[in-house]
Design a protein around this ligand. Structure first.
Ligand code: URA
Length: 254
């Protein structure tokens, strides 16, 4: 099932008039949902599934797009840039529509899971600090980190003038390593790089593997993308079903 929306909102979005005018049409009995006269302007419909007609003419409903991309390094997480290639430039033309944007940014040199959508509510919900959506990254460092750094990440490390929320650092077999995974639930500017910077390490490569309970589809090559399923859309807001374990699943290939 898609996201339910108010009938008057959908009508207004599709150029039928203002919300008020849309309400009038409903009251006049001019709006049908799946062939049945709509009862109220506030009633919820599913733009992905329902058909709506106004004065006998069926609306061609514009559905939201939800795209999973394996972002390559060297591309900006932005919609348009006069000088550099953006993730929107990588989309097939049929999805490069007005209003599409990356929901959350990855640095130019960061790779991995990125969601693009034209659904502002979805993006807002995913990015709102109070949603606490976990993001899992794999980081290559210029030297090893170990249990001591793991403890500091758990306590909430300070970067600049602020303290990060507790984060989980996963070490392969619990041992010091320069290839680690880290799970955070905020998305401050350069957050992962700054967190490692605060423990004296530089991130030499960074890849996002998971958002909430949604893993990057391992069959997507860098720069490739595909539409997300309904289940995948919901899984963004689920906590990881299983704790990835002390090593964060580092032995599995991502
Ligand atoms: N943290 C970073 O430092 N960079 C990213 O791209 C994402 C998280």
């Amino acid at each position: 099932m898609g996201k339910m929306e108010r009938l008057d909102k959908i009508l207004a979005l599709h150029g039928v008039g203002s919300r008020k005018e849309a309400g009038l049409l409903v009251r006049r009995g001019s709006v049908l949902i799946n062939g049945v006269q709509a009862a109220r302007a506030e009633q919820k419909v599913d733009p992905e599934r329902d058909s709506i007609s106004v004065e006998g003419k069926e609306l061609t409903l514009r559905k939201h797009l939800y795209i999973m991309m394996n972002k390559p390094s060297g591309v900006l997480s932005a919609t348009r840039d006069p000088r550099a290639e953006t993730v929107v430039d990588l989309l097939p033309p049929k999805w490069r529509r007005k209003g599409i944007f990356p929901a959350g940014r990855l640095d130019k040199d960061t790779r991995g899971l990125l969601i693009l959508t034209d659904d502002g509510d979805f993006a807002h919900r995913m990015l709102a600090p109070k949603s606490h959506v976990w993001k899992l990254y794999e980081a290559e460092l210029d030297g090893p980190v170990g249990p001591e750094e793991r403890e500091r990440f758990r306590e909430g490390i300070s970067i600049g003038d602020r303290i990060c929320l507790p984060a989980e650092l996963y070490l392969p077999e619990g041992k010091p390593s320069s290839l680690v995974r880290v799970r955070i639930r905020e998305g401050k500017f350069h957050q992962v790089k700054r967190m490692f910077g605060a423990v004296g390490r530089e991130v030499t490569a960074l890849k996002r593997l998971r958002i909430g309970n949604l893993p990057l589809d391992g069959s997507l090559k860098p720069g490739e993308c595909r539409l997300m399923t309904e289940e995948e859309k919901s899984s963004v807001f689920e906590q990881e079903a299983e704790n990835p374990g002390p090593s964060g699943g580092i032995t599995e290939k991502c």
